[in-house]
Design a protein. Sequence first.
Length: 232
Amino acid sequence: MKILVTSAASELAAGLAPLLSREHQVLLSDIIDVETEFEFVKCDLSHEEETNRLVRGCDVIVHLGELPLSVLTDTEESENIQIDFQTRCTYNLLHAAKEEGISRVIYSSTLRFFDSHDETWNVNERWAPNPSTEFPALLKYLGEFVCREFSREGQLSVTCLRLGDLVPDSSKQRGHSALLMSDAIQAFSRALELQERHWNIYHIQSEVARARFSIDKAKRDLKFDPINRGET
């Protein structure tokens, strides 16, 4: 299976590519040049032929939806760039996928939609998102909306992984929404094995003390098995 992974400059892509390459052909892409041992194509995800060429021949798209840090600045222009990337560019990517006959997409979202909820509540996928107007939650909410509309129209099968706060496996600072990098990588790998469905959401976080989010659905459907090192 040939898998396109976007946002190649991100730590998540760097961890995901080696694992996926054991059994699949991996193509990485980003809006900037990235040095990598894997096949790489630079693409700004415009509504041009280059986006169609990028996805052509792929079986699955893993859209991590992270802009490189080098393009982010504390300016109004940066905010516009981020909104455009999560909306227009995500639309262009999915539209190209539809045109090229690709049926499956995995979208990386966030559990920060629920930051306003009481930390003692155990939130599952049936809870409605309540994102603030602050980045990055608002951005990912917009990206989810684009993906959901494609799936509702029956054009694509989209699996949405709402990720907790990513931390290195070696980190000792683990909040109630922490997600170890190895657990995140495992979740994407397991999502690739899922049977096609129009729209599916999974909450993904590690099993930490007083975890905020229920991951029962991911354990059941994805066979997600978070690393448990016994820390509390």
